[in-house]
Write a protein that binds this ligand. Sequence first.
Ligand code: GUN
Length: 670
Amino acid sequence: MTHGPTPCREGDHGKFEITERDGWARLGKLHSSTHILNTPCLLPVINPNIRTVEPREMWEKYGFEALITNSYVIWKHEPLKEQALADGVHKLLDYPGLIMTDSGTFQNYIYGDVEVGVEEIVNFQREIGVDIATMLDVFGTPDMTKEEVEDAVNETISRSAASLDAAGETMLNGPIQGGIFADLRKQSADGMGEHGFSVHPIGGIVPLMERQRYRELVEIILACREHIPWNRPIHMFGCGHPHLFPICVALGADLFDSAAYALFARDDRMLMPWGTVKLADLKEFPISTSALSGHTPASVMSMADDARCELLARHNLEITASELARCRQAIRDGTIWKLVEERSHTNASLREATEYLYANMPESLVAATNPLRDGGVRMSQDLPTSPPSVAALGRLLNSYQTDSGRAILISGTSGPWRDRIGGLVHSIANRWPDANVLVETPLGLLPYTMEDVSPWAHLMGPTSIWDGMAPDDRDFDLAALMGDVTDVVEISFANNKETNLEIIEAAFGDGSGEEVSKTDLDRKMIEDKVCYFLDVERDISKKLLDGSSFVYSKTKRVRNVHASDGEHILSPRMRDGGLSLTLEGARRLHGSGISTVVVNDDSVPFTRKGRNVMHGFITDVKGELNPGLPCLLESEDGTFLGHGVALCTASEARCFTKGIAIKVRDGIGE
Ligand code: GUN
């Protein structure tokens, strides 16, 4: 970075905002008066006594916006201490970006006997001008008894108030301890979360990571994530191995620190996105970084110790930085879970941790995930993906309500199903109007009424992924979707239409029913989507659409939906199969149980004009908010103000004070 740091606006110091997200994974900005830090990010560890790579270079050449050093080391070394107190820590390190310091807890864990006071070390960090200080927490190790860990948790909580007093305006880290005990991690998160910390590191995990006990790391994050206030960044203390970044980011981690880049370099080990390799084992470099340019493994091996260590440290830094950049871009692209899946195949422990996570996917992570995806989702049988977006749609589909226990399953083909089996589905509706038509997809059964919903409609992969579901999965999906299933008929895309109708006739009889018009069929599809995507009851959806008429596209897809009085109320989206409300449609759903955000009086004139709802102006949330899905807006006296798309969950709306909460589509005007 050739430019200087970007200080935050007055009043924003200490605030954290989310700018983009996918489930719990988030891109954010942590506002400090030194610099607005873009997250997720990595803070290289600087040892103030041994600088393998100069902090100035970390900023200018590698673009690291923040670093972490140890205040206890500075405090203990008289010359460093004097200079830090006289000139400040930024001058001491010659670094313009954000500086976080640790407190000596880790030294206490490694060497024992840290003789500094709880308030003394925080006072010192404030005095030397640190941006984010750390309180003196008590390290809980994996081999401690539960009683010992509980003491560490309670002692840390009890030091919080005095530490925060000492910190004054300086942002303070409030570490979460609790060892490997899920209930103590929760207790720690609840206790620390009540105090006014700016950041919550998850501590006590270094010994687990050193022994690659990654499943336990995942268990720890899962135990505390929902108990840490959503508006505070989460730091993974001592987590610097790049192959752990994707899974941690997917679980909501915002900050990482790495001493690994320098420590591994000292042992001639090179970090790669897929793991660690020994320099001595290489004939060629399997990846290129600017540090390695012009070198071969042999030429690096022959360098003097110091020079070799520095070169490898630079390589390790570049790899670490680029893996985090990959994570950030994956959040923007909606592919963070794909990256989690890919990285899980590089290491047995990481695979175990990932499978554990898939099997224990938290409900609130799924609820925070936009079920709709633009573009295709790639999958294959040897790379199964369980992106929570799929689970998120599954969750919505669980509200699928059906009067009949009759199911017709169609297997063997990818979308667009309306082109391939639309005629067959129409014939089925004419003869067996109560039957539920479902399509077998590699991601599970999909009601035909949702046939154009992405990712289901846009799965890419070898044809083998369409070979049919395992009967167990199918039974499970059917029960989840329909409850009591009385009759199931299986038909196949490989058969012609007549054969399929004969198969159904053999099971359900001749069938009877009036001729159903295409409009009626389309209305049923829209009705289902209103239930799923707007989360309203079936009778409300039916009432809204009673007597509705449609404007069709050239390809005969519903473009606009008009209510019985002719008003345009909503439009299905071709892009992802979702629904866009119009202002009139939103007005008609106001008070129907649809998710609604209440804004305060200051914000009412802006919301009316259609300006986005900012965090800090929300007084209540009725129902849940699902990022990416529609919600309504009202004032405190219950007046309808407009509608938009939620960018946050209801829990986030209740605690964030910075950033956009609702992207407003329409306001009712002045
Ligand atoms: N560095 C690595 N782990 C920890 C921890 O648990 N607490 C503190 N303060 N620093 C750490």
